[in-house]
Unconditional design. Sequence first.
Length: 107
Amino acid sequence: MPQTTKSKPKHPVRIIREVMNLAETAKYLRLPGRTIERLVAEQGLPGRKIGKEWRFSRQAIERWLDPASALGASVLDQFGMFANDPDFEAFQRQLRENRKRWDEEVT
């Protein structure tokens, strides 16, 4: 019987421990859903709108709530900072094109 081996991915995948929707986030913060959406727009609550649905990282929200984290933003704190940016898709497309060109030049 042939042996199968599990291959490791070339790039490690970072797993966000818990992702919540708008209702779960509102319950977690004990606030109405509209207030959560306002906090995203006005105070930088980290979240991302995917289609019509909101997603929030519990860990990013905990860091946002922590006054000590206000001293510097991490990538996790920026989860969703481009949520309402109309140019974000074009920006992502340009990054992919640049990365492809770079990969072709390097190899």
